[in-house]
Each structure stands twice: as structure tokens, then as C-alpha cells.
Ligand binder design. Structure first.
Ligand SMILES: Cc1ncc(CN)c(N)n1
Length: 206
């Protein structure tokens, strides 16, 4: 089993909660209010802007070969547009859970090694791809299909696969990691997953 598969197995309970969270099901089953979409798109527009800076920081920690194989960076505007937010979203400031998530990633990128940095970002990348695969084509005439299509597109899939490959290449023998390193990596990764779940739950509560 590769390192990313082992990690994903540890995240399975949180990922299942994400799949069952009412906003994610709302995307899959075409059932979201305007208020929920405005809130989510406002939060996520802020998040994705900040994420691209965090990704640039992480890239500097990778080898030149890893850097050179990095697929084109993604512009998630298409996914945001698919949720049809109203101009009211412009009045919604970034919420505390969002800022805390970004803060967690920044701390782990700055204070840890390249693997730790990649693991802080991985739940963001992989969970959206997995949500897309899970809910694509579950509902006929789904208004939000373009959102699901974006996160299952070959560009997004390439980006997810590249992240997995980098992590697996960095830690080819994860069973032999010192216990403290294993704990730190797992904690970094699962904390990001908890923040992903919280992001969805806050959007559903609007
Ligand atoms: C909070 C969050 N996590 C992940 C993604 C997908 N890159 C996103 N757009 N927003």
C-alpha cells in the first residue's frame, strides 16, 4: 500500500461525513438555497486565493523534478460560477473556521518539511476530486453538474494524481517512518480533513 492510500484509509470516517454532509449532498442532488451558495462561494473565493499562495510556498520545498512535473495550476472560478451565487456574496467576510484552516496550513508548511507541507494541502485537493467522482451523474438535470464536472475533469484529476505521486515518492517506505514523524504527518493531514468537514458544515448551516 502506498503512503497516500494509507493516509486516505485513516481519513475514511471524516470523508464519509463529508460525503453525507448536507451541503455536499445538496450539490449532488440539486438542493441548495441561495443563501447557502452565497456563503460558500464567498468563503471559497477567499480560500482559493489564499490557497494559491500556500501552494507557491509549498512548491519551493519540492525537488526541481517534482516542480517540473507539476500540472498547470487551477483556476476554480469555473467551479464557483457553477454555484450561481448572487451579488450578496460580496458582503460576506471570511469566517473564523476558514481563517483557522488557512492558518493551520500555513503553520504546517512553514514549520515542517516538504512532505508535511504537501500533507497540509492534500485533503483540499483530493477530497474535492473524490466528492466529484462520488456525485457526478447521480441526479438527472442537476443545476450543479458543472461543479462536479470541474472536480472530475482531467486537469483536476492530473493535479490530484501529481500530489499523490509526490507524496508517495517522498515516503516510499512509510511503515519505516519513525513514530513521531508518522504521528506528525497524520496529524497535519487529518487536521486539514477536519477543517474540510467544518467548511461544508458551516455552509450548510446558512
Ligand atoms: C475549502 C476548499 N477545499 C478544497 C477545495 C478544492 N481545491 C476548495 N475549493 N475549497
Amino acid at each position: 500500500m502506498k503512503f497516500h492510500n494509507y493516509l486516505l484509509k485513516q481519513a475514511e470516517p471524516i470523508l464519509n461525513d463529508i460525503y453525507q454532509s448536507s451541503f455536499v449532498k445538496g450539490i449532488g442532488f440539486n438542493n441548495l438555497s441561495q443563501q447557502q451558495r452565497d456563503y460558500y462561494v464567498a468563503q471559497d473565493s477567499y480560500y482559493t486565493d489564499e490557497f494559491s499562495h500556500l501552494f507557491d510556498l509549498t512548491i519551493t520545498k519540492l525537488t526541481t523534478e517534482q516542480q517540473s512535473t507539476q500540472p498547470q495550476t487551477l483556476d476554480e472560478t469555473v467551479a464557483h460560477d457553477a454555484l450561481l451565487a448572487s451579488p450578496n456574496m460580496l458582503n460576506i467576510p471570511p469566517d473564523d473556521h476558514n481563517l483557522a484552516y488557512l492558518d493551520h496550513m500555513k503553520t504546517e508548511i512553514m514549520s515542517g518539511d516538504a512532505t508535511n507541507a504537501m500533507l497540509a494541502l492534500l485533503p483540499c485537493t483530493e477530497s474535492y476530486h473524490l466528492i466529484g467522482k462520488r456525485y457526478l451523474n447521480t441526479t438527472a438535470h442537476n443545476t450543479y453538474s458543472p461543479w462536479l464536472e470541474y472536480y472530475t475533469s482531467s486537469a483536476y484529476q492530473d493535479f490530484t494524481q501529481w500530489s499523490w505521486q509526490v507524496i508517495d515518492a517522498q515516503i516510499p517506505d512509510w511503515q519505516k517512518l519513525p513514530v513521531n514523524d508518522q504521528k506528525r504527518y497524520l496529524n497535519t493531514y487529518l487536521t486539514s480533513y477536519q477543517f474540510e468537514l467544518s467548511f461544508w458544515e458551516h455552509a450548510a448551516q446558512q
